[in-house]
Design a protein around this ligand. Structure first.
Ligand SMILES: Cc1cc2nc3c(=O)[nH]c(=O)nc-3n(C[C@H](O)[C@H](O)[C@H](O)COP(=O)(O)OP(=O)(O)OC[C@H]3O[C@@H](n4cnc5c(N)ncnc54)[C@H](O)[C@@H]3O)c2cc1C
Length: 413
């Protein structure tokens, strides 16, 4: 070996790469993997699904998160996948039009800047950006997690493997198992917002194109969302329910029955939607809720994205928080040990997260009023205003989604 080679080899041995495990290959997981890899970590991602979960409903990438995807180099690809929603039409209980508006007036977004893409297009772009540099273990998950040795985190996998990592990150979504390992049952951190929803795809027999139609009565909303000109539309049935229906959460038949009962007398296209719901093979049902935690880490294990701070889809900020959180977590650890890095992550990111979570108040979501009076007020607003007050101003006077200016962390490898 040459002298230079020897020195390089010694240098490499003097600072071994920190090995980390990320649970979850949704949005936060691959984004975190990307940045940790850039900062020199050896990254493994474990995902319980057999492959990347493609397709899916439309999601927004806004504000600070746009800068994250720009820095990752995937912004042009995402711009190509932009859905370009052109109209939002609100209907009353009889299916009569209340108002038809530009989507940005309701979402608080910025025309020409915000991105709306199918969730699968975002996960694809993130995965493509990291798959050559990061180890992915599909069809597996963490079975036990033990950090009592003080030197690392001992992991056993459901598939039978056993490994030790310097750090572990839970990016495993709103019902995170990593969170349960660390902090106990979900109920402690789950803030139910008083609604449930069912989402599924159905045939686009309505001639809808790049538009969303939403039917409302107090406490109920039915929406058809055509992301393009193609044959399918995304159907959403959302309803107010004071207590979460725990029995239905693990039982798809009970979910279908519950939704059918709630919307039994509904007009417009809802009967056809209920018929499609019966046969849907991609039904997604859940309570609308947030995760709020006093701490996002414990020892060498930390949470990111929905696992730590799901804001609920009512804010439209879940994916953006996941992207920003991943950037901030990786950057905070780039040149620090785990204790200082995880403290810095919380310190730098919590205000942004809280501000975004506060975009929705308990039971008073702007789009889903629960009383006649609230619905009438909302409809008046839609009729008369070109812009709804959708964003709580941040202390700096910027909308919540842009309230954090991304720092530059240690120069990349
Ligand atoms: C109907 C609906 C509409 C939405 N609309 C919007 C929107 O308009 N805008 C927006 O920004 N957000 C929206 N969201 C929210 C958004 O999808 C999430 O906030 C975002 O995906 C968070 O990313 P994440 O990576 O933290 O979690 P997820 O995307 O949930 O990813 C978690 C990953 O972890 C995996 N996993 C779970 N458990 C384990 C385990 N034990 N072991 C290994 N892997 C595991 C899962 O399979 C998944 O791949 C919406 C959500 C829903 C349901």
């Amino acid at each position: 070996m040459t002298r230079t080679g020897l020195l390089r080899d010694r240098g490499a041995r003097a600072t071994p790469r920190r090995e980390v495990l990320i649970s979850g290959a949704g949005i936060a997981g691959p984004a975190l993997a990307f940045w940790l890899n850039r900062y020199g970590f050896a990254v493994t991602v474990v995902e319980k699904a057999g492959s990347l979960r493609g397709g899916g409903y439309p999601i927004d990438v806004r504000g600070t998160a746009l800068e994250v995807v720009r820095r990752m180099g995937i912004l042009p690809q995402l711009r190509d996948a932009h859905i370009d929603l052109r109209r939002l039409t609100f209907l009353d209980g009889d299916g009569e039009q209340v108002a038809s508006v530009n989507p940005h007036t309701v979402t608080g977004g910025v025309a020409g800047q915000d991105l709306e893409v199918r969730r699968g297009d975002l996960t694809d772009a993130l995965h493509t950006a990291v798959r050559d540099d990061v180890e992915f273990l599909f069809n597996d998950s963490i079975d036990t997690l033990d950090q009592s040795s003080g030197h690392g985190v001992d992991i056993t996998f459901r598939g039978g493997g056993r490994r030790t990592f310097d750090m572990v990150f839970g990016a495993d979504g709103v019902h995170s198992h990593t969170r349960e390992f660390l902090f106990g049952p979900e109920e402690r951190f789950h803030r139910y917002l008083g609604y449930c929803f069912a989402g599924f795809t159905m045939r686009n027999t309505f001639g809808l194109s790049h538009e969303l139609m939403m039917w409302n009565t107090p406490g109920r909303a039915a929406a058809l969302y055509a992301v393009g000109d193609n044959d399918d539309v995304h159907a959403f049935l959302n309803f107010a329910r004071p207590e979460p229906p725990f029995d239905a959460f693990r039982n798809p038949e009970a979910q279908r029955d519950l939704v059918a009962a709630v919307f039994a007398d509904a007009g417009w296209e809802v009967p056809g939607m209920l018929a499609a719901l019966r046969d849907a093979d991609d039904l997604f049902f859940d309570g609308v809720s947030q995760i709020r935690m006093p701490r996002w880490s414990c020892g060498r294990v930390a949470l990111v994205g929905d696992a730590a701070y799901a804001p609920s889809f009512l804010t439209g900020q879940g994916s953006s928080l996941a992207l920003v959180g991943a950037y901030m977590l990786a950057g905070s650890l780039a040149d620090r040990d785990h204790a200082a890095g995880l403290a810095a992550y919380e310190h730098s990111t919590r205000e942004f997260v809280t501000l975004n979570q506060e975009q929705v108040g308990e039971g008073d979501a702007t789009l889903f009023p629960t009383t006649d009076r609230a619905l009438e007020q909302r409809n008046d607003m839609l009729r008369h205003l070109s812009a709804m007050p959708s964003a709580v101003p941040s202390p700096a006077g910027r909308p919540a989604h842009s309230a954090l200016t991304l720092p530059d962390f240690m120069p990349m490898r």
